[in-house]
Design a protein around this ligand. Structure first.
Ligand code: IMP
Length: 424
């Protein structure tokens, strides 16, 4: 039995879905513990492309148990859409392989409306949210007026609580001058969703502890990345949950003492969606990757902002998450470059710093300090063993590990399951 947490070392979209999918083979239970359907994990398997938002990617394996933990905010309508789509692709989703925590909070249509209204009001200072209602749903949770998944098993209580919340949040929507949410339509759609989801809702903390007692292994599938963490990220341009490894414990009820391994996933370069400072952002890298058909968001389809690998961020992520292993994805994205830059430190005013500063205002004026590496200028997407990589690619990875203070254990050279190499 060994329990592993997979987290993102950057701003999300690091390719965690693929790494989780790879690690799932040796695990029994895959858990989502934070975030909601703002996440978008693309997994390519057997020539098919699957996009997962709320459901752990372990669902693509027929014999694995998948758990949506208490730390997740779950949009019942979004989840049903996702279930239907996956079932249409032949994926088995039953009561036995998908459990939802009864204390996970629900994302309701008014949360989505509030998310969009708040973003509009922020104007130039908008966060660039996914518009999925994530922030308002977590705000209700912390404000102690949220609705939890257990209510989906109690239709009468659900209806009265829901009518109360719709009325309450409509006051804010009215003040913002935007369309109100219709109570009857909302109640009807959520009650319908409740019938479908109720059989999956249970005490997942107990289920996870029972699985551990039975000697099963757990894999925690991180969503978003370290720099979107509400505490450790580039606040306020962050999401509303703890996306770092600690969030896996609070968001599932599995205590820190039960965790054996933390794998931080990072791209061989850096990307970001949404607003906020990005020290190594580089338009040429963005154009190159977009022309290769890469770096478009799985949830929103937005073109991601791109730049050189920022090891100031990865180093800090390794520290905050307690990662001793790095999984580096998308190494093949750098195949065409003669020269590759790595940011090793920032210059902030007249000081050289090795960790990100606390404020976005400071981060925005940080200048990257780069070192340059010779590119391998070879297509590595067909390489199946680490030993067969060009020496310059190995040198890039060695330097990256040295700067991060963690070893590179896994490597992605393309989107398919077979394009994940184990670094020996
Ligand atoms: P929210 O999570 O929708 O509130 O969005 C807050 C910030 O997190 C925005 O910058 C989003 O673009 C970003 N974000 C949320 N989920 C993801 C993700 O899965 N990948 C990358 N960025 C994300």
């Amino acid at each position: 039995m060994s329990n592993t947490i997979v987290v993102g070392a950057q701003w999300g979209d690091e390719g965690k879905g693929k790494i989780v999918d790879y690690l799932t083979e040796g695990t029994d239970v895959v858990v989502r513990a934070a975030g909601g359907n703002n996440a978008g994990h693309t997994v390519i398997s057997g020539g098919n492309k699957y996009v997962l938002h709320l459901i752990p990617s372990g669902i693509l394996w027929p014999d694995k148990l998948c758990v949506i933990g208490n730390g997740v905010v779950m949009d019942p309508l979004g989840l049903i859409e996702e279930i239907n789509k996956l079932r249409g692709q032949g994926v088995k989703i039953e009561q036995a392989n998908l459990l939802i925590s009864e204390t996970a909070h629900l994302v309701m249509p008014y949360h989505r409306a509030l998310d969009v209204a708040r973003e509009a009001r922020r104007g130039d200072k908008k966060i660039g949210t996914t518009g999925r209602g994530i922030g308002p749903a977590y705000a209700d949770k912390v404000e102690r007026c949220g609705l939890r998944a257990i209510l989906l098993t109690q239709p009468e209580v659900l209806e009265s609580e829901l009518r109360d919340r719709v009325a309450f949040h409509n006051e804010t929507l009215a003040a913002a001058g935007v369309d109100l949410v219709d109570a009857d339509t909302t109640v009807a759609s959520i009650l319908e969703a409740a019938k479908i989801l109720a059989p999956h809702i249970t005490n997942t903390t107990v289920a996870l502890h029972e699985a551990m007692k039975a000697g099963k292994s757990l894999l925690f599938e991180g969503a978003q990345g370290t720099y979107l963490d509400i505490d450790h990220g580039t606040y306020p341009f962050v999401t509303s949950s703890n996306t770092t490894s600690g969030g896996a414990c609070t968001g599932s009820g599995v205590p820190p003492r039960k965790i054996d391994r933390v794998v931080a996933v990072g791209k061989a370069y850096t990307t970001r969606v949404g607003s906020g400072p990005f020290v190594t952002e580089n338009e040429n890298i963005g154009d190159m990757l977009h022309n290769m058909g890469r770096e478009f968001g799985a949830t929103t389809g937005r073109a991601r902002r791109c730049g050189w690998l920022d090891m100031v961020l990865v180093r800090y992520a390794v520290m905050v998450n307690g990662a001793d292993e790095l999984a580096i994805t998308n190494l093949d994205g750098l195949d065409g470059l003669e020269t590759i830059k790595i940011c090793t430190a920032y210059k902030l005013r007249d000081k050289v710093i090795h960790y990100p500063p606390a404020t976005c205002e400071d981060l925005a004026i940080c200048e990257p300090i780069y070192e340059e590496h010779k590119g391998w200028v070879t297509d590595i997407s067909g390489v199946t063993r680490y030993e067969d990589l060009p020496a310059l690619a190995k040198a890039y990875l060695d330097r990256l590990a040295e700067l991060a203070g963690a070893r590179v254990s896994l490597l992605g050279v393309g989107p398919a399951r077979e394009q994940t190499l184990v670094v020996g």
